[in-house]
Design a protein around this ligand. Structure first.
Ligand code: PRX
Length: 665
């Protein structure tokens, strides 16, 4: 394992080696659980047939499939390829057809306290209207639609309306900048952008439409014919006649009946951009039948969903894969009743989430470790002020959850009884891959534990050999799974190189992992140049390119430094261009430059990528082959003694950096 990677893995191993607690399911929970231990045996006996039966049981097919898996075009899989269906029909219409039209699909809670309840019948009418309105704007099967919206009912409706038309959506998180939006619109060659005037965040109206206007002035966006605008905040917006259209005008006027476009199982459902190890985000492509099968299967078994009685709440934004699979597709395909919330956990007060749990009697909660750690920091007296007794299953996703946060989540939020499911998966995997099954698995604080039924995951060494129990290495997925990505939009070669070249024939996830003495899997974080900040993936290279695009910067290196709350924090080291270097010689000058560069990254990529710190340095540590040794910079960023620097081309560089930083420049 290369040096940088082995240090990360080693540190994680040492922290977790001492964790031995386990929490077996209660007999009462086990007795009523959707998942039974026999699922593993059934799946192991015939993995492909296991998925075929899930696809038949969980989805409604227009034309039943007769083929299950075609792996002859590996690494691009085809699942259920001769079947036809429609995702929106599965998520909405069929529930209405089955007499469940009056069931609440969405309890929307706006940040300011405004609410809206939408039944499945109402959702069907709204999605159909939106599909008719979008079709009238010239969007048809196969056309791409970019969605840049806050968390609103309309966001869910927009995604489903696209799915209904067979028009792949590409949701861009509202926290991304105009430039990030532009590059995604251009890469997807989108014909429509759906946005809002703005959304409410931390008590204020935050604008979105101006970013779309700016993006559409940029290169490569000529494909966009219209911008469909939801009115949420009522703030002023610039209007381009002929291009811009109000949602409330065209959708309200549209026919509430729409015949879904029946598509092949392998028809693209969506593209979702995610950061990789290079500067250019990857458009991860997901198709319909396999994706819906695994999203709904995992949502039902991992959360033990009882659609008649549960109230489910996933706190993720639809801009991320978690929002796609576990706000939109998984829960709605399963006919769940769920809460969606527009705002932040501390608006207008730090008990907001728990107030929502109490109000709607939320029984299943799915969130990220960073949120749990933030709540821990705020203090347990805050959740203690609310009735959380409705909660019966708790989920975690996005990054490794440290045992301390896990125990707090269980005790303070789960009343020491609700099982915690720590779910490992990725944008690329489409749905959960490794997780305990509540009612079956004795859970361990900090471990995602076991591959789900039908999934083949392992931890291997440099030569792709599975490590023995107790050993550490790389997480791999050795058999195709239904919701796997079908490629990177427009770049098959990059798909092969990124995931399938390190260990030929098996999928390399990019994560370090260990197996404990029981063979359970513990995730240890990324082993590549991808950072994980608050459960969001950021590329070191992408932030470095943003920094060097500023005129004062000659060179930049970015590392993810350990952070108690956000998991990792972005710390940037920059060398200034000659003529600007003098400015950074005083602490005030350095602080000013640091501020300018932080703001520059926020503008280029988005506020989520803004470095916590930007340190001006005279040199960067490089090996003789010119590779930046980020391990050493991480030592500096985490205030540790700098490790072995003997492989540096110039071993005095680290002294220079440390001396410069301690003198305040
Ligand atoms: O490093 C792993 C981490 O998040 C990465 C995937 O990020 P993204 O595609 O943005 O999807 C996040 C939501 C599914 C993984 O490579 N990760 C995700 N879940 C876990 C995790 N690391 C440890 N434990 C998890 N439960």
């Amino acid at each position: 394992m290369p040096e940088n990677e082995s240090t990360t893995v080693q540190a994680g191993l040492e922290n977790l080696l001492h964790e031995t607690r386990a929490f077996p399911p209660s007999p009462e929970f086990a007795a009523q659980a959707n998942a039974q231990a026999s699922l593993y045996e059934t799946a192991a006996a015939d993995r492909v047939e296991f998925w075929a039966s899930q696809a038949r049981d969980l989805l409604t097919w227009r034309t039943p499939f007769t083929e299950t898996l075609d792996w002859s075009g590996a690494p691009v899989a085809r699942w259920f390829a001769d079947g036809t269906l429609n995702a929106a029909h599965n998520a909405v219409d069929r529930h209405v057809e089955n007499g469940l039209g009056d069931r609440v699909a969405l309890h929307f809670e706006g940040e300011g306290g405004d609410t809206r309840t939408v039944t499945y019948a109402e959702l069907q009418a709204e999605v159909s209207r939106a599909a008719n309105a979008i079709a009238a704007l010239g969007v048809g099967k196969g056309d791409r639609v970019v969605i840049y919206l806050p968390m609103l009912v309309e966001s869910v409706v927009a995604m489903l309306a696209c799915a209904r038309l067979g028009a792949p959506h590409s949701v861009v998180f509202g926290g991304f900048s105009a430039d990030a939006l532009r590059s995604r619109i251009a890469d997807a060659e989108a014909s429509l952008v759906i946005t809002a005037d703005g959304g409410f965040r931390r008590g204020a109206a935050s604008a979105l439409k101006p970013a779309v206007d700016e993006a559409l002035k940029g290169e490569g966006t000529d494909s966009v014919g219209h911008v469909l605008v939801v009115r949420r905040t009522g703030q002023d917006v610039d209007w381009t006649e002929g291009r811009d259209v109000w949602w409330h005008e065209v959708v309200a006027a549209a026919d509430p009946v729409h015949e879904p476009e029946w598509v092949d199982a392998e028809h693209p459902l969506f593209i979702l951009y995610t950061s990789g190890t290079t500067g250019k985000p990857k458009g991860i492509l997901h198709t319909t039948g396999g994706y819906l099968t695994q999203a709904s299967f995992t949502h039902r078994s991992v959360f033990d969903l009882k659609p008649e009685t549960d109230v489910y709440w996933c706190t993720a934004d639809i801009g991320w894969i978690t929002g796609h699979s576990y706000v939109v597709y998984g829960p709605l395909v399963n006919g769940a009743t769920q809460v969606i919330y527009e705002g932040t956990p501390d608006s207008p007060h730090r008990g907001r989430w728990w107030e929502i749990v109490e109000k709607y009697k939320v029984s299943i909660l799915y969130t990220a470790p960073t949120a749990i750690r933030t709540c821990m920091k705020w203090g347990e007296d805050i959740p203690a002020g609310y009735d959380l007794s409705s909660l019966r299953v708790l989920g975690s996703v996005g990054e490794p959850i440290n045992p301390e946060a896990w125990m707090w989540y269980r005790r303070v939020i789960g009343g020491d009884k609700a099982p915690i499911v720590d779910t490992w998966w990725q944008t690329e995997t489409g749905a959960m891959m490794i997780s305990p099954l509540p009612g079956v698995t004795a859970t361990k604080p900090g471990s995602a534990q076991v591959a789900l039924p039908g999934i083949a995951a392992d931890v291997v060494d440099d030569e792709a050999h599975p490590v023995p129990d107790g050993g550490g290495g790389y997480l791999v997925l050795s058999e195709p799974w239904p919701s796997m990505l079908r490629g990177i939009w427009g770049d098959l070669q990059r798909f092969k190189d990124t995931y399938w070249s390190r260990f030929p024939g098996i999928y390399f996830a990019g994560d370090g992992a260990k197996k404990d003495e029981d063979g359970d899997i513990w995730l240890l974080g990324r082993v590549d140049d991808v950072m994980n900040v608050s459960g969001h993936r950021l590329s070191t290279t992408e932030i470095e390119s943003a920094l060097v695009s500023h005129e004062v910067v000659a060179e930049a290196a970015v590392v993810g430094a350990a952070d108690e709350t956000t998991g990792q924090a972005v710390v940037a080291f920059v060398i200034l261009r000659g003529e600007h270097a003098a400015k950074a010689e005083t602490p005030e000058g350095a602080a000013e430059i640091s501020e300018v560069l932080r703001a520059h990254v926020a503008k280029e990529i988005g506020p989520i990528a803004k470095p916590r710190r930007v340190l001006v340095v005279p040199e960067l540590p490089k090996t003789r082959s010119g590779k930046i040794m980020r391990r050493l910079l991480r030592d500096v960023a985490e205030n540790r003694t700098v490790g072995d620097a003997t492989t540096l081309a110039d071993s005095s560089v680290m002294d220079l950096i440390s001396a410069g930083l301690s003198s305040g420049t």
